[in-house]
Design a protein around this ligand. Sequence first.
Ligand code: GLN
Length: 484
Amino acid sequence: MIKASLRELSAALAQKKISSVELSTLFLERIERLNPTLNAFISVDRDKTLAQAGQADAAIAAGGAGALAGIPLAYKDIFCTEGWATTCGSKMLANFVSPYDAHVVQLLKAAGLVTLGKTNMDEFAMGSSNETSFFGPVRNPWDTAKVPGGSSGGSAAAVAARLAPAATGTDTGGSIRQPAALCGLTGLKPTYGVVSRYGMIAFASSLDQGGPMAKSAEDCALLLSAMAGFDPRDSTSLARPVEDYARDLDQPLAGLKIGLPREFFAEGMADDVRAAVDAALAEYRKAGAVTVEVGLPNSGLSVPAYYVIAPAEASSNLSRFDGVRYGHRAPEYSDLFDMYCKSRAQGFGAEVKRRILIGTYVLSHGYYDAYYLQAQKIRRLIADDFAQAFEHCDVIMGPTSPGVAFDVGAKSDDPVAMYLSDIYTIAVNLAGLPGMSIPCGFGAGGLPVGLQLIGNYFDEARMLNVAHRYQQATDWHLRMPEDI
Ligand code: GLN
């Protein structure tokens, strides 16, 4: 059961081979046994989970329950979940119990999915290794000396270790795709505006997008179909018809044009990653796809542009955490101003403070034009590069991460080295495009390598088809860590 796909779980539940309470108990027991080593979950609440599972069983018994009803799902702790602690990996929100559900949570609950718990993450989703969490680092199930990636590292470790059949994540600059790559999972960041940001604690609002992290493209398609949809409470949510993202999974790949960005295949990619990516491309050619070289000449500017834009938006978004309305409040202070200062000094960790300082600086009078406006112009150039590339291809491929999972502690004192972990993923967020990572082999130390797929706007169904056909022909996505 722990290895089963969502379709298999759905069938087993429908045929009453297992109940949702039994299935949820199975995963809760694994969490109890393995979470002390992995630290993938921040909150688990057996009673709440089993109560919801009981309701799902009743709905299944009554008939007419949806296909995903009764399947347990873990949520990144950035999603507000009614009655559950929602910490965003921060001391600032360590005691915050959300009074409402995020739109994504509402939709997934309405589809009958059972909340298995809340997963660990980098503080306010700022990081690429899950080491900035107030709740401590998450360990990679493939090698517990390594990071799982970030910021959705708890979700990635949970699914990789089969503590959950699937999970949600968010991706501002790579936080679904990079941990999916480092943990051997399939993760999808949708086109900006496809998934509502309502109730998803804001980091950089023009970049943030929620999405699924699962074992396969098919599972991601089923989850995305349930979590996407227009929501008037998010002003950037797009009013588009609901889609069945699994509709094209089996389409043949003959004639598919894969664009390979010259800049992604230049220096910077580790040899083991390159070997796995090249082998995956050979597999695609075998399936009838053709590869063409494309250029993304401004992609080298994506990390610097992102580290102006994302901190600028973060400094504004995080100003709400002032110790007054909710969140941590310093126990002792002399006056109102002192309370703000102490609450924020105590509540935020070092990386979050660094981003607030950078963001405040680049938005300040006299620097706004030089940094923020320049970065916005670069953002446009990056989007234009992709538009031109997609005139020559259907999907773009390359590595997700420049290397496999690194040691816990290896980059935590070097922010720039950490920022470069997202060198292949960030441009996708700046352009608002959909992107995925799928497992495509193993590199040094037997650690997973991810292949990145980038689609044109709203081409999720096509991208999922391209990923699914590869997963029909290979079994990388079925491998799981030993001893787990
Ligand atoms: N690692 C990047 C950062 O630290 C991206 C994080 C994300 O996508 N949430 O900002």
